[in-house]
Design a protein around this ligand. Structure first.
Ligand code: Q9C
Ligand code: ZN
Length: 353
């Protein structure tokens, strides 16, 4: 298995996030990738390198799944934030006001100039710190996803984009859930562009992959599947229900398995088996797995009961599809165990492949 490491991940370092009315330390930290890296060095799975992707090709890959005005926003948000008040250089940018498009009659056709308002145009939560290095780190991470897709198109059975910030909550024109650029969607689109007529996305993060679902919701060429904590009680709350089946040409090409808080391995594996069957049924010829390890019993912000030893079998089950596969690193906040859990899954995949 080839691993593509984001050499600039640590430039995104959130200081705080809003949680239940308080600013708390950010759960999403550089140490997460460092622990996976350390475990990969202890138990090597193959070549580990940095991606080689040109700036122009990277930007076209970003534009293939994200809106131009959103990318423009991300490119200048930090400078705009500091321009608002020089003291902001020492504070992470978080939104605190939103136009609530669906119900509240606020205008969507305006173009607020105040960065405090613009954060609320593009962020769906106040838990995703935007920092001085967020844009550069997120772009370098997207390059890992693109590089992983290309490696698989070039004949690798499997490639792992080891990067943060994560991606699966980021949509065409929005960020949130610690995510800015949707690495898994970028990989899936690159796979599509490189040949495979149908790609499957099987999201195993604890949280619903709302950004990915939204990006591909009206498309039949990328089947999006997600197993996650039931959004009636779990973040991101407003998407991820079982009745979301896709729309238009994409009708039938989105499936969700919301599972109750407290779910342990057996019911989780039954849902996985159904998802694997769905991948086979549509005849996908490539697979993308947004790999969140926040299903772990020790995760501080999640509620499933998977154990470290369970991940090897999950990797083997994913390998049973016998598809060229890209993994993107997503959630997983039990920092001391995230490396063991990630490598257990990837090693389980590799051994079965
Ligand atoms: N008590 C990913 O795993 N905070 N993002 C929710 C819940 C946001 C998670 C707080 C969690 C986002 C990639
Ligand atoms: Zn998650």
């Amino acid at each position: 298995m080839l691993t593509l490491l984001n050499p600039r991940h640590a430039e995104h370092i959130g200081r705080h996030e809003m949680f239940r009315g308080r600013l708390v330390d950010s759960h999403e930290s550089p140490a997460r990738v460092e622990h996976v890296l350390a475990e990969l060095r202890r138990r090597p799975l193959g070549e580990l390198r940095e991606p080689a992707v040109g700036d122009n090709e990277l930007m076209s890959a970003l534009r293939a799944v994200h809106e131009p005005r959103y990318l423009d926003f991300l490119a200048s948000a930090w400078d705009d934030w500091v321009a608002l008040d020089p003291a902001n250089a020492g504070i992470d940018a978080l939104p605190s006001v939103w136009p609530l498009p669906n119900r509240h009659g606020f205008r969507q056709d305006g173009w607020p100039q105040n960065i405090a308002a613009r954060l609320g145009q593009f962020a769906f939560d106040s838990g995703t710190p935007l920092t001085a290095g967020s844009w550069v780190a997120a772009r370098a991470g997207a390059a890992c996803a693109l590089g992983a897709a290309r490696a698989v198109l070039g004949g690798e059975r499997c490639a792992f984009a080891l990067t943060r910030p994560p991606g699966h909550h980021a949509g065409p024109g929005f960020y949130g859930g610690y995510c800015f650029l949707n690495n898994a969607a970028i990989a899936a689109q690159a796979l599509r562009d490189g040949g495979p007529a149908r790609v499957a996305m099987l999201d195993v993060d604890y949280h619903h992959g709302n950004g990915t679902q939204t990006i591909f919701y009206e498309r039949a060429d990328v089947l999006t599947l997600s197993l996650h904590g039931d959004p009636r009680t779990e973040y991101p709350f407003f998407l991820g229900h079982a009745d979301e089946r896709g729309a238009g040409a994409g009708e039938g090409f989105n499936r969700n398995w919301p599972l109750p808080r407290g779910t342990a391995l057996a019911p989780w594996r039954s849902a996985l088996d159904e998802a694997l069957q769905a991948v086979s049924d549509v005849g996908a010829t490539a697979l993308v797995v947004p790999l969140g390890l926040d299903t772990f019993e020790g995760d501080p912000i999640s509620g499933f009961q998977l154990r470290s030893a369970d991940y090897a079998g999950i990797g083997a089950a994913l390998a049973s599809l016998k598809l060229p596969t890209v993994f993107t690193f997503e959630g997983g906040y039990a920092v001391a165990e995230v490396g063991t859990n990630a490598v257990n899954l990837l090693e389980g995949f590799e051994r079965a492949a």
